[in-house]
Design a protein around this ligand. Structure first.
Ligand SMILES: *Cc1c(COP(=O)(O)O)cnc(C)c1O
Length: 479
């Protein structure tokens, strides 16, 4: 593809078209330099010199190159790229919500939504207090771990290490490190679960503050010993942190509090009606059990006779974690989603997420290698182990694009070589899953009979196979 053709500036010709910016028809401000110092003023406005129709075609053309869940299946494991009902977008954009100024801090309606949403999340997770401030999953992890740290500090207990299994999301050890913990990694056993003997051993160390666990983990498997795990940690005075970024399959079925967890973060921008990624704002609420509530960030709201107010600073709070109240629009969408589904609807989300993943798993297993051969939850991980002609995961992923569909998450989790992590989500129909299965079966046949087709894929996309390392290290963002 001619890369230049994607830039609007290269589309201009020599004719004068500047009709979309009219000439100044008022007097120029004389004291402009006072309002805006000269060094901040632009000499000339470098707008492309092309007619309006070309601009429209340019941007519509670019938008048509996008792939999204509105155009097709998006089984990107661990990201929960499900279809989110448009009504929730519409509601969050109502001027009553979208035109609120963040400094209108006492707006009772807005505070009520935050408070109600916290209550919903408490019911869903079993936790007793929530903050909706954090801006993302990883930000929620940092918040939760700072709460854990504060708890031990307030109780004059020195604990500065934390256990993270090797099946964790990469953000877990990163957040733990940022919060000042050093990390003890546990190697998952052959079932993809936490080895209890290793956990017991690690907990002998009095400086271990607790464990950070994802359940179901990034292999998509539920740890059957979960109550035993949290008991072992609690017996040694530790706390248990639940990474609930992938709560989708658990909705209405299983609560982190009942598994024995003390702190949880959720991703509203996965499970609750905002897509993950895509550059928009996110929201990573953090819930805690009662004894940790004093450590929640400020401002923290409570209901009093005069309405919803900020609680008095407890002195034990971790402080402020984000400006104002968090990503309010995302919270409104999540609230609309929860209210529209209700308890029964949320439960069906969980059930169908698990059913769809297991249907896809059992079918794809006919051709592809499944390293952890168990019933899965929201996702499962295949590998390229038995593919013929040295076909790799990358070859398969690139070839999927030629079929006009989206690839799974690849080469993650790291504990599976050549991992392909599929999360179909509850919103795909059986027809859509069958069509995807056909694509993967076709690709398998091509791997046997025409491996070159895969090695050189993709063939039909705007750009062919990129050098991912160079693209990441030396991105060319503009001409
Ligand atoms: C997505 C995800 C995260 C991180 O969430 P971000 O919003 O991307 O920071 C953490 N843990 C798990 C298991 C995840 O899937």
């Amino acid at each position: 593809m001619n890369r230049d053709s994607t830039l609007i500036f290269t589309k201009q010709n020599n004719r004068e078209h500047n009709n979309f910016v009219p000439l100044l028809d008022i007097e120029e401000l004389e004291d402009l330099d006072v309002i805006l110092p000269k060094k901040y003023q632009r000499e000339s406005l470098n707008l492309p010199n092309i007619p309006e129709i070309e601009i429209v075609r340019h941007y519509i053309g670019l938008s048509k190159k996008n792939y999204s869940v509105d155009t097709g299946i998006y089984p990107l494991g661990s990201c929960t790229m499900k279809y989110n009902p448009k009504i929730n977008e519409v509601i969050s954009r109502l001027p009553h919500f979208s035109q609120l100024h963040p400094l209108q801090e006492r707006n009772q309606g807005a505070l009520e939504i935050i408070s109600e949403m916290s209550n919903c999340l408490s019911e869903i997770t079993g936790m007793e207090g929530f903050t909706l401030q954090p801006a993302a999953g990883a930000h929620g992890e940092l918040t939760g771990l700072l709460i854990m740290k504060k708890y031990f500090e307030e109780n004059n207990i020195v604990k500065n290490k934390i256990i993270v299994p090797d099946s964790a999301h990469g953000t877990n050890p990163a957040s733990a490190k940022m919060a000042g913990f050093s990390i003890i990694e546990l190697t998952s056993n052959e079932f993809g679960e936490v080895p209890l003997d290793q956990l017991e051993y690690a907990m002998q160390d009095e400086f271990v503050a607790g464990i950070m666990l994802t359940n179901p983990n990034t292999l998509g498997v539920f740890d059957r010993n979960i109550k035993e795990i949290t008991r072992i940690v609690h017996d040694k005075g530790g706390l248990c942190y639940y990474d609930g970024a992938n709560l989708n399959p658990m909705l209405g079925i299983c609560r982190p509090k009942d598994m024995g967890f003390d702190i949880v973060h959720l991703n509203l921008h996965k499970t609750f009606s905002t897509p993950h990624g895509g550059g928009g704002p996110g929201s990573g609420p953090v819930g805690v059990v009662k004894r940790l509530i004093p450590h929640l960030p400020e401002p923290c709201i409570i209901t009093k006779d005069k309405g919803i107010v900020c609680r008095e600073n407890t002195g034990a709070s971790i402080g402020k974690i984000r400006a104002f109240w968090g990503s309010f629009g995302v919270i409104v969408k999540a609230y609309a989603y929860v209210l529209s589904l209700g308890a029964e609807g949320l439960k069906r989300v969980g059930q169908f997420a698990v059913l769809n993943a297991n249907y896809l798993r059992t079918r794809l297993q006919e051709k592809y290698h499944l390293p952890y051969n168990r019933i899965c939850q929201h996702e499962f991980v295949l590998s390229d182990k038995n593919l013929p002609n040295e076909i790799t995961t990358e070859d398969v992923a690139k070839r999927i694009l030629d079929y006009g569909a989206y690839s799974p998450t690849i080469y993650f989790p790291l504990i599976v070589n050549g991992a392909m992590m599929f999360e179909p989500t509850e919103t795909e129909s059986k027809q859509s899953l069958d069509a995807y299965i056909d694509i993967l079966f076709n690709i398998y046949e091509e791997a046997v009979s025409k491996p070159e087709l895969l090695k050189n894929a993709p063939h039909d996309t705007p750009v062919r196979r990129l050098d991912a390392v160079t693209a990441a290290r030396n991105p060319i963002l503009h001409d």
